[in-house]
Design a binder for this molecule. Structure first.
Ligand code: BGC
Length: 328
């Protein structure tokens, strides 16, 4: 009887051992396969052109969408995308990143123009070293960049102006928050906006301030503006986090009577529109910008001719079309 028990125990142990052994062999084989696949992918990637995408601010939700589009196109067109950018927007840091990219002889650079005097000479330096540069989001038209991909910013500014003019009634004083006072896109948006507003004598712009693309700064600047110009009844923001900052200021000052118009469709702006705190926002297509810039770079690197200007779409989102799940 005791011997039978032993035999059964031994059989069970043997079965268990065999199970563990075969499981170990299978897992090892799978691991070997995965490692081989990764090594193969890495080897392939190292043959792909290395393109650097420099953002204005690394973790800004708007730039993360550009990164997503760029990386998706990178997969499609065999381009190795390296996404970099300062933690907080800084022209000096961005210039350093651009200089470093040129020095390390990358195969292509995608960058925006935050200030003509700083960026145009560097873009030209890259081109003279045979490194193609595509400007994204904010153009450097005086440089030798091979192409610009992004919004037609003057027209987008006009669109914002038309939205304000058609949605507010009677006499209104307007305060404007721009992202930066040196970048090409903000300059053009402001010009476009003003070109519409000046057609309406009942609408008057009384102050313009800059947020340095920070929602906190937008809030501080908006508060100061409203204290100085208490008759402001409409506020507009021309970069992605401005309207959210303005909203914070308005809540602090209990000035919920003010109508806010913004730019872009970051999550908080969409929430604020749903809650009725922001009237409308002009939306850009950051994902498409990233995608198209990389596709065009791939085309250029493979010897194809590319056009110099590629405008991505814009639209308007308000309470009504959020409910209907579409934008104008
Ligand atoms: C602008 C970008 C800017 C971003 C900041 C966007 O509206 O097009 O230039 O970096 O806002 O949040």
């Amino acid at each position: 009887m005791a011997q039978k028990k032993w035999t059964i125990s031994l059989i069970i142990l043997l079965v268990l051992f065999l199970y563990v052994f075969f499981h170990f062999i299978t897992v090892t084989k799978q691991l070997e396969k995965t490692v081989a696949k990764l090594q193969h992918e890495q080897k392939m990637m190292s043959h792909f052109p290395h393109v650097i995408l420099i953002s204005q601010e690394f973790d800004n939700p708007y730039w993360r969408k550009i990164e997503q589009g760029a990386k998706e196109a990178g997969k499609q067109y065999d381009v190795n995308i390296e996404y970099i950018g300062p933690l907080r927007t800084s022209i000096e840091e961005q210039v350093k990143l651009l200089e470093k990219a040129i020095a390390s002889r990358v195969d292509g650079i995608i960058v925006q123009n935050l200030k003509d005097e700083a960026f145009t000479p560097l873009i030209d330096k890259a081109i003279s070293r045979n490194i193609p540069v595509i400007t994204i989001d904010a153009d450097a038209p005086k440089s030798r960049r091979i192409a610009y991909v992004g919004t037609n910013n003057f027209e987008a500014g006009r669109l914002l102006g038309q939205e304000v003019a058609s949605r507010v009634e009677g006499k209104q004083e307007i305060g404007i928050m721009i992202g930066t006072d040196t970048s090409e896109n903000q300059r053009l948006r402001l010009q476009g906006f003003l070109s519409v507003i000046t057609e309406y004598p009942r609408l008057k712009v009384v102050s313009v301030a800059s947020s340095n693309i920070s929602r906190i700064q937008a809030s501080i600047q908006a508060e100061q503006m409203l204290r100085k110009h208490p008759n402001i009844s409409v506020m507009v923001g021309t970069s992605a986090l401005d309207a959210i900052g303005i909203r914070m200021a308005i809540k602090n000052l209990h000035r919920e009577d003010i109508q806010i118009f913004g730019f872009d469709d970051v999550e908080e702006t969409m929430e604020a529109i749903k809650e009725g705190d922001i009237v409308a926002t002009v939306v850009q297509k950051p994902y498409d910008m990233g995608y198209s810039a990389v596709k065009l770079m791939a085309d250029h690197l493979s010897g194809k001719q590319i056009d110099k200007e590629h405008f991505t779409a814009t639209g308007v989102i308000d309470y009504q079309n959020i409910q209907q799940g579409r934008n104008k």
